[in-house]
Design a protein around this ligand. Structure first.
Ligand SMILES: NC(=O)C1=CN([C@@H]2O[C@H](COP(=O)(O)OP(=O)(O)OC[C@H]3O[C@@H](n4cnc5c(N)ncnc54)[C@H](OP(=O)(O)O)[C@@H]3O)[C@@H](O)[C@H]2O)C=CC1
Ligand SMILES: O=C(CO)COP(=O)(O)O
Length: 327
């Protein structure tokens, strides 16, 4: 597992609790020491006891040596630079699994596309995991489901069988595009939910945004080749509900701070964990423009981030001026 933040550490626990031998790369030696010796990650998962078998190192070659499956859980904007560092260390036949929920600024690439580009591997070696997976709840072993997706059903199945235990259930699909975009787009809708929450609007406003947000997520993803049913499943609606409802969500939290009147730069200073949605807004809008997809909610989030729209004005603008064609 590369990345010892809240999700990398939690997912490593899921794998270890499923009976796998797991090594975790933490870029800070003191964190690697804490995980290996105290079986704790107090920066990211306070109060959680990690499995005795889990060990960590700040040395990439130690962690990657002999790996059959390599899981990636660093912030999306840092993936490419990290892959360039580890490229030569990844064993030849290892499967590569992305746990990340962002798209790259500048290229608009999904994480699996960055992996394929930087590692030059066959698509069957790559899988992505997504779903309603708030790290701290899973670290507390609360029952949860996720989707493992790969262009190869065999790969998705092999990884899903690895990523399961008594509290974590993995489903399989081959719609990588829908699975990845679901995880990215729900972050943006969660920022919108946080904004209206911070302003003080209630449940009707939020339900309207969640429902229209799902339509926006689906239109966008289908335009890029996703299957609509993927967005109606765990990687779409499931994750949208979890992220929009929970104060554990960093995207939701970032939105709430914006809604309370903090500026984008102030929010960035206050966040000590990764809120992927903030970096994905611009590339997602660029991708939407390239396909002529209308994204009224995401566009309003971008305006609030830019400071050109007051958070309290976001709700009246959330739909287009066109006469609505459906629900
Ligand atoms: N947390 C969650 O509930 C879930 C998160 N995800 C996704 O997982 C991915 C990782 O997020 P998460 O673990 O939550 O983030 P965190 O902020 O909790 O942790 C980020 C991790 O990445 C490391 N890191 C930061 N910058 C770099 C860099 N430039 N190069 C290498 N490592 C770096 C951090 O190290 P350090 O501590 O040294 O700064 C830390 O280990 C995101 O894409 C997120 O959307 C998906 C599902 C659930
Ligand atoms: O992806 C997540 C839950 O599925 C975590 O959401 P946040 O990144 O907003 O905390």
């Amino acid at each position: 597992m590369l990345g010892a933040g809240s999700w990398g550490t939690t997912f490593a626990k899921v794998l270890a609790d499923g009976g796998n031998d797991v090594a975790l790369w933490a870029r800070r030696p003191e964190l690697a020491r804490e995980i290996s010796q105290s079986k704790r990650n107090s920066d990211y998962l306070p109060g959680i006891n990690l499995p005795r078998s889990l060990w960590a190192s700040d040395r990439l070659h130690e962690v990657l040596d002999g790996a059959e499956q390599v899981y990636l859980s660093v912030p999306s904007q840092s993936l490419r630079e990290n892959l360039r560092i580890v490229r030569e260390l990844i064993p030849e036949d290892a499967l590569i699994i992305s746990l990340m929920k962002g798209v790259e600024k500048g290229t608009g690439a999904r994480m699996s596309e960055v992996i394929l580009h930087e590692l030059g591997v066959d698509p069957w070696r790559v899988a992505v995991a997504s779903g309603p997976n708030l790290a701290l709840e899973i670290a507390k072993e609360q029952p949860t489901a996720a989707v493992l997706s790969s262009e190869s059903r065999e790969t998705a199945t092999e990884v899903a069988l690895t990523v399961r235990n008594s509290y974590f259930r993995s489903f399989v699909n081959t719609d990588v595009i829908g699975t990845e975009f679901g995880g990215v787009l729900k972050n943006l809708i969660a920022v919108a939910i946080g904004i209206v929450d911070g302003v003080g609007y209630g449940e009707n406003t939020k339900a309207s945004i969640i429902t229209r947000g799902l339509a926006e997520m689906t239109d966008f993803s289908v335009a890029f080749g996703a299957r609509p049913e993927t967005l109606a499943g765990l990687a779409g609606l499931g994750d949208l509900i979890a992220t929009c409802e929970s104060s554990l969500s960093r995207n939701n939290t970032a939105g709430r701070l914006l809604g309370q009147g903090y500026s984008y730069s102030e929010v960035i200073k206050q966040m000590n964990q990764t809120a992927e949605g903030l970096s994905s807004v611009t590339p997602i809008l660029e991708l939407a423009l390239s396909k002529g997809v209308d994204m009224p909610i995401v566009s309003q989030v971008a305006e609030v981030l830019a400071g050109t729209l007051a958070p309290r004005d976001i709700a009246p603008h959330l739909t287009t001026d066109d006469l609505p064609q459906g629900e």
